[in-house]
Design a protein around this ligand. Structure first.
Ligand SMILES: Cc1cc2nc3c(=O)[nH]c(=O)nc-3n(C[C@H](O)[C@H](O)[C@H](O)COP(=O)(O)OP(=O)(O)OC[C@H]3O[C@@H](n4cnc5c(N)ncnc54)[C@H](O)[C@@H]3O)c2cc1C
Length: 380
């Protein structure tokens, strides 16, 4: 049998894509290397995503509307989202749920690590390391296999350039760390991360604490250790996890017969490292373009055009922000100072929750612009 589409990788981007393809009546196979995979991830997702993909309430372990930003000198800005919340999910449950949704929609879900993809006639042949899975034939491919995408390598897509390495540890709640259970904390502190940030994300029964860095990858364990010491936690973690975050879209993530979605395409925003929203949105946009392509012959390139049209301004804005403010502790100090402004908080939260650039009035724009200039000069 030849499938219409093979989706490689059963994380959020692949599972969403497979469900949409199958619902549209295309024969779809979803190939995941390990059904028990635990993706290293903070699991923070915005309200807009929960609403759009109708994520069931039982998967949202916490709804957090308070957030603290901490500066290198220990200044703390306590912020409250007036119109929404960050939802905390646990990836092992979340990914499994999305794969079940894909299966219920009619996709064939198989377990196997994809080791090679070759062109064959009008389509592809995919081989996995699982002896029980025969070579799979498909007319089209969606590569959803994460930052180190095998699909991208096998099909010669341009490289995933910018990669942060991120480490996270999970701590069961004990009386001494219970105080962190209701608030998101973001640490902008060069000792915790010289070029990214550290986070404390509360889940139902544990705290997830992590940090990331682009230029100090060899030092990631020492940075994480220092972070835990600074927070004052003496408990032992029950899980250590680490993975790469690709924070720049590939130069191109579509070909004539194949596309990449999610981390495989590099679709994680700079500055905050947010990827689940863009994984699921790109999975959806990619699948819709694939349906148009297979049913009406439209080019797959439309997917990439649509994604860039919707999200390139957000990627650009956050890239500028990271380049401007994450360079040293004086600039990070200024960045946290700017976060104290009510208008900055409102615009940031509204944009985060629904990924739409919310226009501000001219006086507000001028005020924020002047504050930025003042702080950038001061910090430099
Ligand atoms: C430490 C850390 C913390 C993060 N925190 C957040 C956060 O709080 N919020 C947020 O929005 N984003 C966060 N991210 C980013 C987020 O995890 C990713 O952007 C998101 O998981 C991308 O989804 P995906 O489906 O594209 O890829 P993935 O989630 O990486 O899924 C890829 C899937 O493909 C499978 N696979 C890989 N290779 C093969 C193969 N050869 N054959 C078959 N299957 C294969 C994998 O097993 C996996 O299931 C974080 C990342 C890290 C590393």
């Amino acid at each position: 049998m030849r499938y219409d589409v093979a989706v490689i990788g059963g994380g959020p981007s692949g599972a969403v894509a497979a469900a949409i393809l199958a619902k549209a009546g295309l024969s779809t196979v979803l190939i995941e290397r390990n059904f028990d995979n635990v993706k290293p991830c903070g699991g923070a997702i915005p309200l807009g995503l929960i609403e759009e993909f109708k994520i069931p309430a039982e998967l949202i372990e916490k709804k957090l509307s308070r957030m603290k930003a901490r500066s290198p000198k220990g200044r703390v800005i306590d912020m409250t989202m007036p119109n929404g919340y960050v939802g905390m999910v646990r990836r092992e449950k979340f990914d499994r749920y999305l794969r079940v949704e894909a299966e219920q929609a009619g996709a064939v879900v198989v377990e196997g690590l994809v080791k090679s993809i070759s062109h064959s006639g009008e389509g592809f042949v995919i081989n996995t390391l699982n002896d029980k899975v025969p070579p799979l034939r498909a007319s089209r491919i969606i590569g959803a296999d994460g930052a180190n995408s095998k699909t991208a390598d096998e099909l010669h897509f341009p490289p995933n350039e910018l990669k942060v390495i991120a480490m996270q540890q999970r701590f069961k709640y004990t009386p001494s760390i219970q105080k962190f259970s209701d608030i998101v904390e973001i640490w902008f502190d060069g000792e915790v991360s010289p070029d990214f940030y550290g986070w404390i994300f509360p889940k139902a029964d544990h705290l997830a604490i992590g940090t990331g860095t682009e230029d100090h990858k060899h030092n990631i364990k020492a940075l994480q250790k220092r972070f835990i010491e600074k927070i004052g936690i003496t408990d032992k973690p029950y899980l250590d996890e680490a993975a790469k975050i690709p924070m720049k879209p590939r130069k191109s993530f579509t070909q004539e017969k194949a596309i990449l979605v999610g981390d495989a395409a590099g679709l994680v925003t700079p500055a905050n490292g947010e990827g689940i929203f863009f994984a699921m949105r790109s999975g959806k946009l990619g699948a819709l373009a694939m349906i148009e392509h297979l049913k009406h012959g439209s080019p797959l390139k439309n997917y990439e055009k649509e994604f860039r049209k919707l999200y390139a301004p957000i990627f650009f804005g956050l890239e500028v922000l990271q380049a401007a403010y994450y360079r040293n502790d004086r600039l990070r100090e200024s960045f946290v100072a700017i976060c104290a402004d009510d208008d900055v908080q409102r615009i940031t939260f509204d944009s985060y929750l629904y990924k739409k650039m919310i226009p501000a009035s001219w006086p507000v724009q001028m005020k924020i612009f002047s504050k930025n200039i003042y702080h950038l000069i001061k910090g430099s």
